[in-house]
Design a protein around this ligand. Structure first.
Ligand code: ADP
Length: 496
């Protein structure tokens, strides 16, 4: 089959800029697709960190777009060795401290609608080959609300590329007031319930869901969950309407970056055959985090954004019980909600020999936590895919997860049957509450007291799973072809 030109549009990508799992996907999936011979190019906003890390760059084109008084430069460079990169350089909108979406105090930038609308306009311009880059994509792969306007902007264009929109987390929708819609000067026709209007507000993500040729989410279970009111946040009706064009494709992980046998962040390398060496990472992690160094301690870990979704409050809730257990320890790495940050600091100060918390973002430490712990706690209330449980499996750190979204699709519960069949990889509980999490932890503690060979079997079952990007890339390519072969009609021209 002929190679495709694919423009991959996202608001973050490893190793240039990252706040969460989207960056891992945008850094890895294009590479996996390129291994099949396709020309995949990534487009990102020109945040200062991204520009600095992507150097050398050269100006490839200058655009004049509605919504910006200053001319917009497209800077061209490389994302890694294989992927051509376009950075949309608009200093007035993107050259700021803080993270891509929020200021240093954690509040959303007030002009986020303007910032990401301009980003979408630039993407659409490249997509139509109107940017003088001399390259025309067959398909634009959009990701999350920050790119949601792209399918809407392209819908009316005669010879547009196909579009696919991936939902990485439906909880973030980019909803603003009508005044923002006016300020951005979008065509008035888009303001309708079939378009971007969402209960009298202006929704970026609806542009992605309603106008795109195909919609994907990052796990099959989450693709089903978002069709229900509980997980659909009012968009379940629209998603139900699009089910024939909706699919869940499980994320992979970067097996080079996350490989305990070669990870430069680790004090000690190991693999499934040398599992015993993993405990050296435990001892060094305990040392690094100020916990008593004891290879027999049962060490739990958690990494994540400190938001309600991730269920850190549930971990805080079961902590008194965990501390009562003999010789258990917990390492936490996260940042986010300031009340959760304070609560974690407080328990760590109260129980310095049992709990260690690092409040902040530290990529290298994340690798060492994955390698050093025995068990990884992931009690997310919902989880579109989740990457940390996949890293845990890869590092032989047994995950304890709530049966939801991608967690349900990737971790196999240690039931007697699954253990017997060599399928078990973790502990799975059904309800996102403290009682259910605690019972799963008790099962893990009890299992860990068995002869060590049992634990090693469970952990190495996980290490042998294959969650590489190749399988996901094949799925995406199938969907890309369908999107190209059978475009969806513009929903605004098909209203009865
Ligand atoms: P989400 O995208 O909802 O944040 P995922 O599990 O899909 O959740 O991805 C989270 C990614 O961010 C993982 O790569 C994880 O290791 C990383 N991460 C989250 N918080 C931190 C932190 N405080 N320090 C280092 N890495 C973090």
């Amino acid at each position: 089959m002929s190679p495709l030109n694919i423009l991959f549009a996202a608001s973050e990508a490893q190793p240039l800029i990252k706040t969460g799992g989207l960056a891992d996907v945008a850094g890895s999936l294009p590479v996996a697709l390129s291994h099949f011979g396709h020309d995949v190019r990534v487009v990102l906003p020109g945040y200062p960190q991204a520009i600095e890390r992507a150097l050398p760059l050269h100006p490839a084109a200058t655009l004049q777009l509605p919504g910006s008084l200053e001319p917009i430069q497209i800077l061209e460079g490389w994302l890694g060795a294989r992927i051509r990169l376009y950075l949309i350089d608009v200093p007035g909108l993107f050259d700021r401290p803080g993270n891509p979406y929020t200021n240093a105090y954690g509040s959303d930038w007030e002009d986020n609608p303007e910032r990401f609308a301009l980003f979408c306009r630039a993407i659409a311009t490249i997509a139509l080959d109107h940017a003088d880059l001399n390259w025309r994509p067959d398909l634009v792969h959009c990701n999350d609300w920050q790119t949601g306007l792209v399918p809407a902007l392209l819908a009316d264009e005669g010879s547009r590329p196909a579009t696919l929109f991936t939902i990485h987390n439906l909880a973030y929708q980019g909803v603003f007031d009508r005044a923002a819609f006016d300020r951005i000067r979008l065509p008035e026709a888009l303001w309708s319930p079939e378009g971007l209007e969402f209960h009298h507000y202006f929704s970026f993500i609806k542009g992605g869901l309603a106008f795109t040729d195909w919609v994907t989410t990052v796990s099959p279970t989450y693709a089903r969950e978002i069709l229900t009111p509980e997980f659909g946040y009012g968009l379940e009706g629209l998603l139900l309407h699009r089910t024939d064009r909706l699919k869940g494709v499980l994320n992979g992980i970067d097996y080079e970056e996350w490989d305990p046998a070669s990870d430069p962040a680790l004090p000690q390398h190991y693999d499934a055959d040398t599992f015993d060496l993993k405990k050296i990472n435990k001892l060094r992690l305990q040392q690094e985090m100020g916990l008593p160094e004891d290879e027999n301690a049962f060490l739990f870990g958690h990494i994540g954004r400190l938001v309600e979704q991730k269920g850190v409050d549930l971990i805080l809730g079961i902590l008194p019980g965990l501390i009562k257990q003999q010789n258990t320890q917990l390492v936490l790495l996260g940042s986010g909600d300031s009340r959760l940050e304070q609560a974690l600091r407080a328990v760590a100060e109260e129980h310095p020999d049992r709990v260690a918390a690092f409040i902040g973002y530290d990529e290298q430490l994340a690798h060492r936590v994955e390698a050093g712990c025995d068990c990884f706690l992931m009690p997310s209330r919902f989880e579109p895919c989740g990457l940390n449980q996949l890293y845990s499996l890869r590092y032989g750190t047994v995950p304890i997860v709530h049966r939801t979204g991608g967690l349900a699709d990737t971790v196999v519960d240690a039931t007697p049957r699954n253990l017997l069949d060599d399928k078990a990889t973790g502990f799975v509980f059904n309800q996102p509450n403290e009682g259910a999490l605690w019972r799963a932890i008790e099962r893990a503690i009890e299992f860990h007291r068995r002869p060590p060979v049992w634990w090693e079997k469970l952990a190495t079952n996980g290490m042998k799973q294959d969650f590489s990007w190749e399988a996901s890339a094949i799925h995406y390519l199938e969907i890309y072809r369908q999107a190209i072969d059978e475009p969806s009609p513009n929903p605004l021209t098909t209203i009865d």
